[in-house]
Every structure is written in C-alpha cells, then in structure tokens.
Design a protein around this ligand. Structure first.
Ligand SMILES: Cc1ncc(COP(=O)(O)O)c(C=O)c1O
Length: 341
C-alpha cells in the first residue's frame, strides 16, 4: 500500500496496455498519466527542481518560471505548491483551458502568449517572454526544460529501466518528441543495454524538430517550432511523422475501446501502428510511451465542433468513428449541443 505525504512522491511506473486488439499489431503502451500531475512531465519536473535545489539555485525567495504547453506547467505547479515555491507558467493559446485552470487551482500564475513566432508556433515568443522576465528580476529562476539535462536524465533513471524490466526482449521503442527529454533519456539508456533496441522518434507533421516544413499544429505536447537543443540524432534510429488527422482518429479508436488517452498518445500509437504494418513485425517486441490521459483534451481532441472546424466534417468517418450522439439520438439536447452550428 503506497502511502505518501507529498503529491510528487507517487508515480505508477509499471502499467502497460496491450494494444494488439485495437491496433492489430503487437504493441504495448507504457502509461505515464497515473500520478498527481497526470503526465510524464512529473519525472522531468522532479529531477529539474531537485537538481536546482542541490545546486543552491532554488531558494525560498525564488520564483520558478517555465515555458510550457501545459503538462510541465501542471507538474511544476504541483511541486511548487507542495514545497512552498512561487511558480509562473508561460504558455500559449493552444494550452487547454482545463490545464490552465489546473495550474491556477494549484496556486500558480499563468501568462498566455498569443503571438506566433516565425515558424508558426509560439515557442520563440514564449522563450523571449521568459528571458525578459528573468532579466527584469533576479528572483526568477528558469529551469529551461529545453536545455536542462535533468529533463532527459529523469527518463534515463526511470522510464527506460521501467520498460526494460518488463520487456527484457524489447526490439523497438516508439517515443513522441517534444523537448526530446523522454526520447534522449530512453535512447541513451538503451544504447548501453545488453541488446540493440531500435529507437523510433515520433513527430507531428508541421513540427520542425527534425527538419522539414513548419505547419499548423493544434495538439499540444508533441512537436516543436524549433530544433530541440537536447536532441542528439546520433541516438535516434528513425523519425516518423504523423498527420494530426491520423492522431485524432487513433485517439478516438482507443476511446471507443474505453482507453481515453491524450493527443500525443494518439500520435505515437498511430505512428507505431503504421511502422509495424510496414515492417514485418509480427515477432517484434514493441513498446510505445503514452505521456498522459485524455481528460484534459475533452474540449479539443474529443470535442466534435473543434474537430470539424479544424479537420473537416469527415475526419472521424473513415473508420466508422463518426459522432455517435448524432446518429443515435438526433433530436436529443446532447446532439444539438455537439452539432456544428
Ligand atoms: C502530452 C505530451 N506528450 C509528449 C510530450 C513530449 O515529451 P518530451 O518533452 O519529453 O519530448 C509532452 C511534453 O510536454 C507532453 O506534455
């Protein structure tokens, strides 16, 4: 029976979902959403805060500041509340409403950036905003998840060995790439393991993390509008890119089987399923990482109006995933609310 006194002290590390019946391929999904921060970012947040404390950078007077699309912001909000630090999160208009409200409920200040940078993302603008804050007052401490080695070290210490413990015959690992902290920590750890593991990075179309053309991306967490400073491509065997419409379809396919995951999990599972179909993968042991769960995305990924406005009326129809409410109860209030105006 785990009994804790601090909210960051519990993190389920051994839960995997066998997705074969959903994806039609042997694939296990490591679930990172079962902790009080609700995402994989708890690991990076813990590691970065503890190392700043050890180095004497973080004092009771400090005001933590971080640029985050949401999940790291929630994790830092929780840790800051528990340890008595102030925290200011700089996010952007793609951050889910519920995520912003969560940070505020935990006592953090949230600044929302609405101006896009030259790559069509918000990261450049967010980082510039954080820089200006830090220049304005010595009390601000920017952990900088984009450059902080604690970000990848957290996964080197925890995520990768947790996978290896359960899958001693692992052949291929699919990891979504944002800051690439998860990717680099796992890739570095498996590079020195007893057997070769193919490391496949999953990015979204429109992200420039691994090069390529910038484009519209509406699902937060995965993808970057700049090259991630933590990324060392010599540890990555392959990069696959997933269209957001495919992400959406995979999220809904899993939800129809009762597994409500976050948007980036749809990206990783869609990319992994496609990869496994293209390779003769029946005998391969494959694992993918699910960074969070789906409740924070009810007003985006799982909301019919949002989907139709961004991806067209038929985004869910190809696989018979059209909105059930309209077909089953065409006259009900629920369907009226969900139908596009
Ligand atoms: C939902 C979600 N998926 C994926 C990622 C990417 O993880 P990483 O920054 O370790 O590359 C993040 C990071 O914030 C996230 O919040």
């Amino acid at each position: 029976m785990p009994v804790i006194t601090a909210p960051y002290a519990f993190n389920e590390g051994q839960l995997f979902v066998d997705l074969e019946s959903i994806c039609g391929r042997p694939l296990h999904l490591k679930c990172e959403g079962f902790n009080f921060a609700g995402s994989i970012k708890l690991k990076a947040a813990n590691e970065m805060v503890e190392s700043a404390e050890r180095d004497g950078l973080l004092t009771p007077e400090s005001i933590l500041v971080e640029s985050s699309s949401g999940n790291l912001g929630v994790a830092l909000s929780m840790i800051a509340a528990s340890k008595g630090y102030q925290f200011l999160c700089v996010t952007d208009s793609r951050c889910n409403l519920s995520t912003r409200l969560l940070m505020e409920a935990l006592g953090s200040e949230v600044h929302v950036i609405a101006d896009q940078d030259s790559n069509g993302g918000f990261l450049g603008t967010r980082i510039e905003y954080v820089r200006q804050l830090c220049a304005s007052d010595d009390r601000y401490l920017w952990l900088s998840q984009y450059t902080n080695a604690g970000n990848w070290r957290a996964h080197y210490r925890t995520t990768a060995p947790e996978i290896a413990d359960q899958f001693p015959g692992l052949d291929v690992l699919f990891v979504g790439a944002g800051t690439t902290g998860t990717l680099m920590g796992c890739a570095r750890w498996f590079r020195q393991w007893h057997r070769p593991v193919r490391i496949v990075a999953v990015d979204s179309v429109g992200s420039v993390a691994f090069g390529g053309e910038p484009g519209r991306r509406m699902i937060p967490g995965l993808g970057m509008s700049m090259r991630p400073p933590l990324l060392d491509e010599s540890f990555v065997d392959e990069v696959i890119r997933v269209e957001e419409a495919d992400t959406i379809r995979m999220c809904h396919r899993m939800a129809r089987r009762g597994f409500l995951f976050g948007g980036s999990t749809g990206t990783v599972v869609s990319g992994a399923t496609d990869w496994l179909a293209r390779h003769d993968a029946e005998d391969l042991t494959a694992v993918a990482i699910a960074p969070d769960l789906g409740e924070r995305y009810l007003d985006t990924v799982y909301q019919t109006n949002w989907l139709q406005d961004l991806y067209g009326d038929h985004v869910l129809e190809d696989e018979g995933l059209g909105p059930v409410t309209e077909e089953v109860e065409p006259a009900s209030r629920t369907s009226e609310r969900r139908r596009r105006p």
